[in-house]
Unconditional design. Structure first.
Length: 73
């Protein structure tokens, strides 16, 4: 599955969950995945902190500020 839904995830638990998800998809050569953050600026910040470790980038999905499109390539 190429989408991670973080609704209901505590900020403290998000780092591990995101790291596992991104690492899994990088190992498999997935080019793009989606992370549902809701409208929490803090959760988006956490996602982007993890992405820095992988050299990956994200952008808001057009028309849906609660979902990030993550480019892994």
């Amino acid at each position: 599955m190429k989408e991670l839904d973080l609704h209901g995830t505590k900020h403290a638990d998000a780092f591990r969950k995101i790291d596992q998800f991104i690492g899994y998809h990088i190992q498999r050569g997935t080019g793009e995945v989606y992370v549902v953050t809701g409208y929490s600026p803090e959760m988006k910040k956490i996602v982007n902190e993890v992405l820095k470790d992988y050299g990956a980038t994200s952008k808001d999905e057009f028309g849906n500020d609660g979902k990030l499109i993550v480019s892994l390539t």
